[in-house]
Ligand binder design. Structure first.
Ligand SMILES: Cc1cc2nc3c(=O)[nH]c(=O)nc-3n(C[C@H](O)[C@H](O)[C@H](O)COP(=O)(O)OP(=O)(O)OC[C@H]3O[C@@H](n4cnc5c(N)ncnc54)[C@H](O)[C@@H]3O)c2cc1C
Length: 408
């Protein structure tokens, strides 16, 4: 009997985790990735228990590691340079592991790459689904990574197609419809990178939060790596943000007041970075993430956004559960996909709700009232007793980030 073949589109956390689980249950996964090579380590990630439990079960938790520093302090700072100890990401209930996106991808890639066919510079351009398989036309763009100088197209049959190709998913567009039907804008822009130079006057392993109504800058410290930087701001005109260089949009969003030393340093570091992310923030909302033989997973299906802090965890959990249910259902692929969605949908809806309310406000105070509340809270947590009380109060909100949703 031949092994079922799955095409996995996208080699992020979702795609790699799916490839790992499908191989474990006896499938033959093939990964196609649009980029010509693996991505750099990327930005900061907090991995909560939902993701940790899955990674543990998949045997990759130790390889993912933890870059949280024991004596790290996160400061709430003003433009003037005034600072007070506050709450950093690592202080959140649920004790998230503080890592880079690339730490999870590398841990998975080490297991997956030796036993999986990976085609770079390759993307699907057409899907034709039949009851017993999907014919996929794949386009490989010529170049060194593809091992060919010409752009080629081939059509191949797969038993299942998994779209793990992120927020602006091609598989979603081909199988379900245009982006605008499913992408819900949160009217915020993010700019993320890694700092080359720590902020003068702060220890490299300390964090910084500069939060003002409608805009914020965070740094995320690591023990053994330069800190991550995240700018976030609200806008009513997303398109305009992309008509000029990202640094110009950032400077406008944080103007017109003088930047002050800390913000100026962060803006300069963003401008000088070799690699950065500058993008609008959207959730993805769909009634169904699958047909009978095409399924979306991770950001392409339920993008929770960075404000939920659960995108990486749920990409892992979604892949793990998909493997389990495909194995249990044998030939019944559509049944497995239905069970999978039923199990995950309520959880993702709850994560989306909290992501666009408490999560968003935690990263970016939306108005003066949020900012004032934040200031009161920061002053409370600057005392050990206050910090314990606030953490205990927040624990209820964060409980849902500890559910092992893939456990069966
Ligand atoms: C700044 C930032 C901070 C974040 N912080 C957190 C956090 O603290 N905690 C957390 O859990 N999550 C966080 N997230 C979310 C998390 O990074 C994602 O949810 C997670 O990485 C899962 O992504 P994915 O695999 O679904 O998609 P992606 O990471 O987007 O990967 C998609 C892959 O598909 C490829 N691709 C795209 N189109 C095609 C195509 N047509 N053909 C072939 N390949 C294609 C891309 O090149 C990419 O490799 C954060 C996200 C951002 C942006």
């Amino acid at each position: 009997m031949r092994s079922p073949r799955a095409l996995i589109v996208g080699m992020g956390i979702g795609g790699l985790a799916t490839a790992m689980r499908l191989h474990e249950i006896g499938w033959e996964p093939v990964i196609v990735e649009r980029a010509e090579q693996r991505r750099p380590a990327g930005y900061f990630i907090g991995l909560f228990e939902t993701g940790r439990a899955t990674a543990q079960r998949m045997g990759v938790l130790d390889a993912i590691g933890n870059r949280a520093g024991a004596d790290s302090i996160t400061y709430d700072v003003e433009r003037s340079g005034k600072r007070r100890p506050g709450l950093g990401y690592g202080d959140l209930p649920g004790d998230p592991r503080l890592i880079l996106r690339g730490d999870i991808e590398a841990a998975l890639h080490d297991v997956v790459a030796p036993r999986t066919e990976i085609r770079y510079a390759t993307t699907p351009v057409a899907l034709d689904e039949a009851p017993d398989g999907v014919d996929v036309t794949l386009r490989t763009t010529g170049g060194a990574a593809a091992g060919t100088t010409e752009t080629t197209e081939t059509t191949e049959r797969f038993d299942l197609v998994v779209g793990a190709d992120g927020l602006r998913s091609t598989v979603r567009r081909l199988a379900f419809g245009p982006d605008a039907r499913f992408m819900r804008p949160l009217n915020h822009i993010i700019g993320a990178t890694i700092l080359k130079e720590p902020v003068p006057g702060f220890r490299p392993h300390d964090g910084i939060v500069l939060a003002e109504p409608g805009r914020s800058a965070w740094t995320f410290p690591f023990t053994d790596h330069n800190p991550g930087l995240l700018f976030s701001y609200r806008t009513d005109d997303e398109d305009a943000q992309f008509r000029r260089p990202p640094i110009e949009s950032l400077r406008r969003a944080f103007g017109p007041e003088p930047t002050g030393p800390v913000l100026e340093h962060l803006l300069e570091q963003f401008e000088q970075a070799d690699d950065h992310l500058f993008d609008s923030v959207h959730q993805v909302e769909m009634e169904s993430w699958h047909t009978d033989r095409v399924v979306l997973l991770g950001d392409s299906a339920w993008c929770l956004t960075l404000y939920s802090g659960m995108g990486a965890s749920t990409a892992l959990a979604g892949a793990d559960l998909l493997g389990t249910l495909l194995q249990r259902n044998g030939d019944g692929i559509p049944r497995a996909l239905r069970e999978w969605q039923q199990r995950l949908s309520p959880f993702m809806a709850a994560q989306q709700r909290s992501g666009r309310t408490q999560g968003l406000t935690m990263f970016v105070p939306q108005n003066r009232k949020d900012k004032a509340l934040r200031t009161i809270m920061q002053s409370l947590v600057s005392r050990p007793l206050g910090k314990r009380v606030m953490t205990a109060l927040a624990a209820r909100q964060f409980k849902e980030k500890s559910v092992d949703i893939a456990a069966v």
